[in-house]
Design a protein around this ligand. Structure first.
Ligand code: CTP
Length: 474
């Protein structure tokens, strides 16, 4: 069987021509072959040749254009260029061996099979010859095609060796199993359980890169459960495991917050590709274990878990070397506000409560509503319907108030300078107090959202605090 029809990108013919001219044989290998066969989009093309990858890259680039920029990484023996939407990387076939406590391999030239054997999984160790007597034939020494058909993630050699060479591959195993809806081969899975402790030598950035890919899948819960079962999750996100279990006192139990969280994560992942929103789903109840109390009259409470949870977001992000910027603040904001929309309907939807929510959530209000709807995981369909009806009311009210008051991205119509100028005072806490009081009056609908009304109220607030009007505000 030949695979010529799968190789429709023009790069393959050019590599073949350059390899012929140099008297080399070239192969396309790894993830791109897997994805060609699974009909998945992949723009990272890896070319291997038994010989100099750099020489082949330069010769191929010369066939495209004398001006094409080739990036050469002499130390790694690789070269790379961009061509027609693809990153094309060239390397000479190699053997790699690693010492136990280092990620730095000792690299030697090798055969194509050596090169395939050093790869992580059988489905990632497939190669197709681009020229020579076996042109367009698949070279599959470890039964990758069979594993693809059986939907199995398996290492080409002893899994303890594959994972010892690069412990990140344990995360990759779970990631591919989740992305492709495959199972991890039992022997491979047991090896991950044995080697999970070695994730410690991997940087947090690389772990999170894989974890984010799991969160980007249609059903992340499957990957999260696998990470738990093979002992990887506890290595980097133990807080999520703390959510597990149901405690009972006097016959009263609470829901299993781990299973609930996984459901919320899946609900979000099904309707959004925003990985930060999935993080918000994953962490929305993260503080329930630390805020859990049993009150004999009413049962279990998790009072303040959204506030404590929002604080935990920053420490988790910091520990995992995740962005400490607007992404973190976004997750923090959603965790902190996730009870507000439902509380709104329970207390009746007043204009001022909706205004406040719009002001605090600002542009993230739609994501917040999505999170709140995903948070409804009851088994009782009447209850679910009631919740959705209530959310529909909140949404209506949000639209109505936003049209009227334009509170998304709202900036108060006056600032601290106005307070300092009017009362002739230096920067101090009192300025913040006056500002808060005036903003609250606007959000509560006591005064109009206009500069004139705000300045009038500002003067009243200042006078109440014993200040004197020195300059008329302009
Ligand atoms: N590879 C490996 N071990 C790793 C990373 C990569 O053996 N830790 C090999 C695999 O053969 C893989 C190829 O290098 O297919 C390319 O790696 P990469 O581009 O990271 O992954 P892909 O398999 O292409 O998958 P994705 O693009 O989804 O990350």
């Amino acid at each position: 069987m030949t695979f010529e029809s799968q190789l429709s990108h023009p790069i393959y013919k050019l590599v073949a021509q350059a390899a012929d001219e140099l008297g080399l044989t070239a192969y396309v290998v790894g993830g791109v072959v897997r994805d060609l066969l699974l009909r998945r989009h992949n723009t990272d093309i890896d070319i291997v040749t038994v010989g100099s990858g750099i020489q082949l890259a330069k010769a191929t680039a010369a066939l495209i254009s004398p001006d094409l920029n080739v990036n050469v990484y002499k130390n790694f023996g690789t070269a790379q260029f961009r061509y027609k939407e693809c990153e094309v990387e060239f390397v000479g076939a190699r053997k790699e061996s690693y010492s136990h406590d280092s990620r730095k391999p000792v690299v030697e030239d090798g055969t194509l099979e050596d090169d395939q054997l050093r790869r992580d999984f059988t489905i990632n160790a497939l190669a197709i010859a681009l020229n020579g007597e076996h042109q367009y034939e698949l070279i599959d020494p470890f039964n990758g095609i069979e594993d693809m058909k059986r939907k199995i993630i398996r290492t080409p050699c002893d899994p303890d060796k594959t994972f010892s060479d690069d412990p990140l591959r344990m995360m990759r195993a779970v990631r591919f199993a989740t992305q492709l809806n495959f199972d991890i081969y039992p022997e491979t899975f047991e090896s991950i359980q044995r080697n999970a402790y070695r994730l410690d030598i991997i940087s947090k950035e690389r772990i999170i890169e894989e974890f984010n890919k799991i969160l980007g899948c249609i059903r992340p819960s499957r990957g999260i459960k696998m990470l738990d079962e093979c002992g990887l999750l506890i290595k980097f996100l133990p807080e999520v495991l703390e959510l597990k279990g149901v405690e009972r006192i006097n016959g009263k139990g609470h829901k299993d917050n781990y299973l609930h969280t996984l459901e919320v994560v899946d609900n979000i992942a099904m309707s959004s590709t925003n990985v930060w929103l999935v993080w918000a789903a994953l962490l929305h109840d993260i503080a329930k274990p630390v805020t859990k109390r049993f009150v004999p009259e009413t049962g279990w409470t998790f009072h303040g878990h959204e506030v404590v949870g929002a604080k935990m977001v920053s420490s988790i992000f910091h520990r995992l070397r995740m962005p400490n910027n607007e992404k973190m603040k976004y997750v923090q904001k959603l965790v902190g506000l996730h009870l507000r929309p439902i509380a709104l309907v329970e207390d009746e939807v007043t204009d001022s409560a909706v205004r406040r929510l719009l002001f605090e959530a600002s542009d993230d209000i739609d994501d917040l509503m999505m999170l709140c709807e995903a948070d409804v995981t009851s088994k009782n369909s009447a209850k679910i319907q009631r919740c959705f009806n209530n959310f529909a009311k909140v949404r209506e009210k949000l639209v109505e108030i936003e049209e009227k008051d334009k509170l998304r991205n709202w900036r108060p119509p006056f600032d601290g300078e106005d307070v300092m100028h009017t009362f002739d005072i230096a920067p101090s806490r009192v300025i913040g107090d006056i500002k808060d009081a005036v903003c609250n009056a606007i959000l509560d609908g006591e005064i109009e959202n206009s500069r004139e009304a705000a300045l009038k109220r500002m003067i009243e607030e200042g006078l109440k605090l014993g200040l004197t009007v020195v300059n008329q505000p302009q």
